[in-house]
Design a protein around this ligand. Structure first.
Ligand SMILES: Nc1ncnc2c1ncn2[C@@H]1O[C@H](COP(=O)(O)OP(=O)(O)OP(=O)(O)O)[C@@H](O)[C@H]1O
Ligand SMILES: [Mg+2]
Length: 242
């Protein structure tokens, strides 16, 4: 589903060159749930932004669903960003004056599926909110929701168009441990339903919910290891399974 080769990203700041990615190869298959880890500045967000087609690499290739992203025209790129990739951010990024429902509906407003009627859009947004357990909070605005509920609205918005991949950059970074568990159980549920998920996290406990952990250091892949699932359905680091 995702195939990157020799990915490099050099940021130019004045006369200085910042090497954020120094040659990354990575394959992600359909229905994987992968954690990206690494210390601050190791290149995690840079890689996520390239995978999300929000930024372009300086060198290297990126294929999404068999298509080279660098060959895509503006229209196809916009389509990919809007419909093949779902994004969840640490800071939720909800529109403060809009209800949960209006926030979730937003991608459909900019979608190729402009032919959808007002009622069809609304029904899809409602279905998405129910999938994350927010059926009873549709008309609440962000300031009337808890942190975990806000993140669930953001997840409902990200999965609205059934994206090929759901990408999350530190989705639990602003949440306490109980709320983190709630959000992780939603990611696990979506994964069980077939969703491919890629998430950046600093926390081992969060990464332990994934099947595979990719560690970056200084713009390179340091390790790429599977996490085994034991009989109880609990994920444990490979090698520690009973
Ligand atoms: N827009 C930019 N312009 C210049 N340098 C940048 C830019 N974005 C990131 N960098 C640099 O690239 C390197 C990688 O940054 P990146 O944001 O990818 O790290 P990260 O792993 O996401 O870190 P964190 O855990 O703190 O979020 C850092 O040295 C950073 O200073
Ligand atoms: Mg980052």
């Amino acid at each position: 589903m995702i195939r990157i080769r020799g990915l490099r990203k050099i940021y130019r700041v004045g006369t200085e060159a910042v090497h954020a990615l120094r040659g990354v190869d990575l394959d992600i298959s359909a229905n994987e749930m992968v954690a990206i880890m690494g210390s601050s500045g190791s290149g995690k967000s840079t890689m996520m932004n390239i995978l999300g087609c929000l930024d372009t690499p300086t060198h290297g290739t990126y294929e999404l669903d068999g298509r080279a992203v660098s060959q895509m025209g503006a229209d196809e790129l916009a389509h990919v960003r809007n419909e093949k990739i779902g994004f969840v951010f640490q800071s939720f990024e909800l529109l403060p004056r809009q209800t949960a429902l209006a926030n979730v509906e937003l991608p459909l407003v900019y979608s190729r599926q402009a032919s959808l009627t007002w009622r069809e859009r609304r029904e899809r947004a409602e279905r998405s909110l129910r999938r994350v357990g927010l059926g009873s909070r549709m008309d609440h605005r962000p300031n009337q929701l808890s942190g975990g509920q806000k993140q669930r609205v953001a997840i409902a918005r990200a999965i609205l168009n059934n994206p090929s991949i759901l990408m999350a950059d530190e989705p639990t970074g602003n949440l306490d441990s109980a709320t983190t568990a709630e959000i992780l159980s939603i990611f696990r549920q979506l994964h069980a339903e077939g969703q491919t998920i890629l998430m950046v996290t600093h926390e081992n406990d969060v990464a332990a919910h994934c099947q595979r952990v990719v560690r970056l250091r200084d713009g390179r892949i340091l390790s790429d290891l599977p996490i085994a699932e034991d009989e109880a359905g609990k994920y444990v680091p490979a090698g520690q399974a009973a």
